[in-house]
Write a protein that binds this ligand. Structure first.
Ligand code: FAD
Length: 328
């Protein structure tokens, strides 16, 4: 399309930005699913990233920023716009603080914090993706989430670079101000830690890693949990009375519990499989399509709604679907 030829020329002129046409997003998502992006721009340079965002904005094209692609469901038809990926990954230590660029692999941040004897991210070991994606979704595991470590986040709001402190980020369970303002793009952040013995931190991380690798084998094409867990305070009282006490932890019920009551484990459609051992884990077991993936997600939501009258909410983010709350 002429509009994308012009955009290609403009983006290709930005130093340190590599641009591809019709880039198959299946190669950029852990699900291994998704059609092409009209254009995909990749850079590890913050100025190039900001310039690219400005150019896409000027040209009035749809834009989507991705990180590691570990929490994305991309349409089979792809994305008729520009996908931008920032891979700036510098991590710098200043005392008990790490300053890290948003394109840093989260596991690298975890590993470095442990090596420096900085305590607080060891339980986040094994969460895939980049730091920017983790802040966007307030990623966490084992009772801790990244919000506990964030001192400041630097982001581009479409016009300028802005710095938010922790409170301004409005972190909640798998939520942040950035999820509410999808036009904001995280560039870097400062993370604060306490001190801790590296061997102890590494031991905790290794134990968690072994459990996680058994649940999510490294080659599994998935997005971790499809749905958010449910906060007890948000559930209607008649539903709460049906939940056994042992299914409630830290004020939440796993959405897997609801799904399991509907017999969802092991469900399959095409090559999309609900794990036989975990009803909130859906994976691509071969050549799965997003049509089948979305159909499975809808079916799971219907089952829980029919049985309990509650709506499960996706943790995964959609790309290229016009009918959902996708960012673009
Ligand atoms: C096997 C497996 C296990 C997982 N386990 C967990 C877990 O235990 N806990 C957990 O919380 N999550 C888990 N996840 C989900 C996922 O890893 C996290 O949500 C991760 O933080 C997403 O990061 P990403 O870079 O891959 O983001 P992407 O999938 O690329 O993007 C996700 C969203 O973040 C936005 N985004 C990405 N980068 C930026 C940026 N720089 N600025 C603004 N927005 C941005 C995107 O626009 C998109 O909406 C798991 C996923 C997998 C595959």
């Amino acid at each position: 399309m002429p509009v994308f030829s012009a955009a290609l020329r403009r983006l290709a002129a930005i130093p340190e930005l590599s641009v591809r046409e019709n880039a198959p997003l299946s190669e950029f998502t852990r699900f291994g699913i998704g059609g092409p992006a009209a254009l995909l721009g990749d850079t590890n340079s913050e100025p190039a990233f900001i310039e690219a965002m400005g150019a896409v904005q000027d040209m009035g094209l749809r834009r989507m920023v991705i990180g590691g692609g570990t929490n994305l469901v991309v349409a089979d038809s792809g994305f008729e716009g520009v996908v931008l990926r920032y891979t700036g990954s510098k991590i710098t230590r200043i005392g008990n603080t790490l300053h890290a660029e948003a394109g840093a692999v989260l596991q690298d941040v975890v590993d470095q914090s442990i090596a420096f004897g900085l305590k607080g991210m060891q339980t986040m070991t094994g969460i895939p993706g980049y730091l920017g994606g983790a802040i966007y979704g307030n990623a966490g595991a084992y009772g801790h989430s990244i919000q506990e470590r964030v001192r400041q986040v630097q982001f581009f709001d479409g016009e300028q670079t802005v710095c938010f402190d922790n409170e301004a980020c409005q972190f909640r369970y798998r939520e942040s101000a950035f999820k509410q303002h999808k036009e904001w793009v995280i560039l870097s952040c400062e993370l604060e830690f306490e001190s801790g013995p590296p061997e102890e931190l590494a031991k905790t991380a290794d134990e968690i890693r072994a459990i996680r690798d058994a649940k999510y084998p490294p080659a599994m094409k998935c997005a971790g949990s499809i749905f958010k867990n449910l906060l007890i305070v948000n559930l209607p009282a008649p539903v709460v009375t049906r939940i056994p006490a042992k299914a409630i932890r830290e004020g939440k019920v796993a959405s897997a519990w609801f799904l399991e009551q509907t017999g969802a484990r092991g469900m399959r459609r095409g090559d999309i499989q609900v794990a036989p051992y975990h009803a909130n884990l859906v994976y691509n077991d071969g050549a799965g399509t997003s049509a089948d993936l979305v159909a499975v997600i809808e079916e799971l939501k219907h089952r829980v709604y029919d049985r309990f009258g509650i709506e499960l909410e996706e943790e995964v983010q959609y790309v290229g679907f016009d009918y959902v709350t996708a960012p673009a």
